[in-house]
Ligand binder design. Structure first.
Ligand code: MN
Length: 423
């Protein structure tokens, strides 16, 4: 067992009872304050442990990290050190925060320097993302979309059960939680018998996704197997892949998503390691027909992560519009990474691979407004008496995710951003 995953560990740092960030989590992120330049930190309860200062004070000696790995505005340098080093770092931080350990907790002067109240910090974009790929790996989502737009009797395209379908997205517009976006403008074709028009999208949607961040992969030309895949995955974040359905519908043939997808995608702030998620690993859905050899895998390759989406209109309370789970994904991350590299395509440290919209089997577990309101035919009631077919100006979309067993809750916090009117 990974030492830091021991469910009986308790920290001397006070954490709220239902926190997403107990000592068994220890996700990494980047933050700054009025006094402190951007740096790497670890979230514990409502506090951030400042790893730069911790390193300066000598608490991270004997680990393969120099000060540069922490004195920086992204996790990319730290990730260069790879899986084993990241595991050793998490184990060491767990040791320092353990209430049975006096090294740090008894030094008040040091504690005051390294523990920062999260409310006093600006939490920043954690990763400098190189390449971003988005998959389409939820069978329920692909079936719903195929049913709505093509043929209920042949909802899945012939390749879907054989290939983890994906496309290359755009990294420049991946933004951190809390950054608001403007309604995009573009070309749409609202009427079958008239030409296209230009203007603000009328069908802005969220996509409930999770994404994983990679360590440096193999050189161009080499492939990562399903068995090796987890050694190349640094951790996971919540991911809202904003989409403009009316632009998408008109533009996507024949090369797939373009401007409907690349205006913004939001990620949560704290990267949760696969190590921390390990106690929540579960089997993936049975795959039938049998997949090709390079996509076969052994063991539990998915995670039981509860997911939730809320919409908060301006000056109103939130309405939960969906409850889903990462475990519904048909294609798992190991298969996605194996497929992505099987042709020799290289991944690099800081690449982001999105799951695709995660829809569950029931109508309240769908991962997009397109499906929840079924193409606008079943508007979703809001707590303030209004209703939604898609996202309106002033709405904040918030996604949350957590794993939970009898002893431990490991969460991702949230990814939230508000849709502002078109510029
Ligand atoms: Mn997507």
């Amino acid at each position: 067992m990974i030492q830091a995953n021991n469910p009986d560990l308790e920290s001397w740092v006070k954490v709220p009872k239902e926190t997403d960030f107990p000592i068994q989590n220890l996700p990494l992120g980047v933050f700054k304050t009025d006094q402190l330049e951007p740096r790497v930190g670890v979230r514990i309860g409502d506090s951030i442990l400042d790893l730069k200062t911790l390193h300066v004070l000598g608490y991270l000696d004997n680990l393969p990290f120099s000060i540069e790995s922490f004195d920086t505005d992204s996790l990319n340098l730290l990730m260069k050190k790879g899986k084993i080093a990241a595991r050793r770092l998490r184990d060491r931080i767990s040791e320092l925060l353990n209430k049975e350990n006096n090294e740090l907790q008894n030094n008040n002067h040091h504690v005051q320097q390294v523990l920062i109240d999260v409310a006093a910090a600006d939490v920043l974009m954690p990763i400098e993302i190189g390449d971003y790929t988005d998959f389409y790996s939820s069978r329920e989502h692909a079936t719903n979309v195929g049913t709505m737009f093509r043929d209920p009797n042949n909802a899945l395209l012939p390749n879907w059960l054989h290939i983890p379908v994906g496309y290359h997205g755009r990294s420049s517009s991946v933004i951190p939680s809390g950054q608001n976006i403007h309604r995009p403008k573009g070309q749409t074709k609202p009427n079958e018998d008239q030409g296209p028009v230009f203007g603000p999208s009328k069908m802005i949607d969220f996509e409930l996704e999770m994404a994983f961040v990679t360590f440096d992969g193999k050189p161009l030309g080499d492939s990562i197997t399903t068995e090796e895949a987890e050694d190349y995955i640094f951790g996971m974040v919540l991911f809202n892949d904003w989409s403009a359905r009316d632009i998408q519908k008109w533009e996507y043939v024949p090369l797939g998503p373009f401007l409907a997808k690349n205006f913004a995608s939001s990620i949560s702030s704290w990267v949760v390691s696969l190590d921390a998620l390990q106690p929540f690993s579960v089997d993936t859905p049975n795959q039938d027909p049998e997949v090709l050899d390079y996509l076969k895998f052994e063991g539990k390759k998915s995670y039981d992560i509860h997911l939730q989406v809320a919409i908060t209109p301006e000056r109103a309370t939130e309405t939960i519009v969906a409850n889903s789970n990462f475990k519904y994904m048909y294609w798992n991350m190991a298969q996605q990474l194996a497929h992505h590299t099987v042709n020799g395509c290289n991944v690099r440290g800081g690449d982001l691979l999105g799951s695709g919209t995660i829809s569950g089997p029931t109508p309240d577990s769908y991962g997009s407004m397109l499906e929840l309101a079924w193409k606008g035919t079943k508007p979703i009631p809001m707590a303030d008496g209004t209703e939604r077919k898609f996202i309106q100006d002033g709405d904040t979309v918030t996604m949350r995710g957590f794993c939970k067993n009898e002893k431990v809750r490991i969460g991702f916090g949230e990814v939230a951003s508000k849709l502002l009117p078109s510029k």
